[in-house]
Design a protein around this ligand. Structure first.
Ligand code: NDP
Length: 446
């Protein structure tokens, strides 16, 4: 084996294990998830109400609606969507920013990321207020009324983007570089180099595709979808007010926690750089679609439902939901912040009193405080927070609880992946940690 081949093997080894049941599973996800967006739209909207189709005839009605629908594509929606994405790219470059370094990559590089997500949101908010001052509620009503066309536009855009990054990942392999070149070959995701185009396109072939300095993965993860989610929520609230002359308390209970969640994500923008999505996963269809279509379109379902079906909770119920949301958020935020502070500086006065074990890898693991209660108490808080937003929609339909059900599956899968990662990294120290902290999500229960 020559040295060129050896270095190629070490840097970008062939993927042998395929997640999501390989090609059939990936194809099913790529067909199934957009179908879910469609089914949820066609069975939960202003005209038909919001009932989960259960009988054969209900399913055939929905199928007929989907087939006969003749307004999937809107050139206006596609144009506005492209403008939205381009606007946020522009802000990423022109707004003054600090820089944060990502984790050390297998090729010895550490990427630098501009940190100006929150100021981009601020500038976008001011622009949105100016639009309101000039055009009134019309642009927001348009967004609410063209939700589905915008969802289709984002699907087209995310698929085109995934195709682009897949093809782009072939631009420079180790074989293309002359000996002694100071350029580095493209770094592929360990899970995205199977050689099967369908699977690699789906899971993401390149780890951190960058075009003219724009890191596509982190940009997509934090900006167009997260801020689009806020814009959709605000538009649905305006739509409700426009139709019914007032905002229901349920609308406040659904959108304030969600908007705060988005702001929190941008406040802690640097923390995304250490998540599995950024350090380990490739950028392919799954993340592109997830960031651009799934998050804004499915996560805003509660506000969309309330825009045509206001629910008025008695004050005591509203207060219960608000307190439940607040407590859940505190569990989520305080547990994450405790670990972040500890990872940044274990002797920080805020965490210096906590007990920890030192592992053979050199890393320390907290065994008291939030992380002594359960190994993923942050997931529990996050899930409960999502449930509070669903509770805001009342109990007339199970459809608005989609987020809770889906998020449960997502967090269980994430928990499984993280436990595997930690077991692999910490080996017998992880067993020791599990003995000291036996519960996964809820102290003394599970
Ligand atoms: P976590 O923030 O839970 O981080 C897990 C990592 O923390 C482990 O891999 C390990 O990394 C370290 N760790 C584990 N136990 C300890 C300990 N006892 N002491 C110190 N370090 C420890 O993972 P995620 O990135 O998955 O989640 C971050 C947040 O984002 C969560 O609250 C989650 O709910 C949320 N999230 C939300 C999503 C959404 O769609 N809304 C999607 C995904 C996540 P190491 O030791 O290597 O440092």
């Amino acid at each position: 084996m020559d040295s060129k081949n050896a270095s190629k093997r070490i840097l970008n080894p062939k993927t042998t294990h395929r997640e999501f049941f390989g090609v059939p599973g990936s194809a099913a996800v790529m067909l199934g998830t957009p179908a879910v967006v469609g089914i949820w739209y066609f069975s939960c909207n202003e005209k038909v109400g919001c009932q989960l189709p259960t009988t054969r005839s209900q399913w055939s009605d929905i199928a007929a609606d989907i087939i006969n629908y003749n307004a999937y594509l809107s050139s206006e929606a596609i144009t506005y969507y492209a403008l939205w994405w381009s606007w946020l790219v522009m802000l990423c470059f022109v707004i003054p920013c600090s820089y944060a370094e990502g984790t050390l990559l297998r090729n010895g590089e550490r990427l630098r990321y501009p940190i100006n997500g929150l100021s981009s949101l601020l500038v976008t908010t001011v622009t949105a207020l100016l639009a309101y001052a000039n055009y009134g509620t019309a642009p927001y009503i348009w967004i609410a009324d063209h939700f589905f066309q915008l969802a289709v536009a984002s699907l087209l855009f995310s698929t085109a983007q995934a195709l682009f990054v897949y093809l782009y990942s072939f631009r420079r392999s180790s074989q293309d570089l002359p000996a002694g070149s100071d350029k580095k070959p493209v770094l592929l995701a360990l899970a995205g180099n199977s050689g099967n185009p369908i699977y690699d396109f789906f899971i993401g072939r390149e780890l951190n595709p960058r075009v003219s300095g724009l890191d596509l993965k982190v940009f997509n993860e934090l900006r167009p979808g997260i801020m689009g989610w806020i814009l959709l929520n605000v538009s649905f609230a305006i739509k409700q007010h426009h139709q019914f002359g007032a905002l229901s308390n349920s609308m406040w209970l659904a959108i304030i926690p969600q908007i705060w969640y988005c702001i929190d994500t941008l406040l802690f923008e640097t923390k995304v750089l250490t998540t599995m999505d950024v350090t380990t996963d490739g950028f392919g269809w799954m993340l592109s679609f997830g960031d651009l279509t799934w998050v804004p379109c499915m996560y805003s379902l509660q506000a969309r439902y309330l825009s045509f079906h206001p629910v008025h909770h008695p004050p005591v119920v509203a207060a219960f939901i608000a307190v439940f949301a607040l407590v859940s958020f505190l569990v989520f935020r305080l547990s994450n912040s405790e670990k972040n502070a500890f990872r940044a500086n274990p002797s920080d006065p805020a965490v210096g009193h906590l007990k920890y074990i030192t592992t053979e890898s050199g890393s320390k693991l907290l065994v008291s405080g939030w992380w002594g209660m359960a190994r993923h108490i942050n997931y529990t808080g996050d899930w409960m927070y999502g449930l509070a937003q669903c509770l805001a929609t009342g109990f007339e339909t199970p459809m608005t609880y989609f987020f809770s059900a889906y998020f449960l599956v997502l967090l269980l899968h994430r928990n499984y992946r993280d436990e595997c990662k930690c077991r692999d990294k910490y080996k017998k120290d992880w067993d020791r940690y599990c003995e000291l902290v036996p519960y996964m999500f809820i102290p003394h229960v599970i």
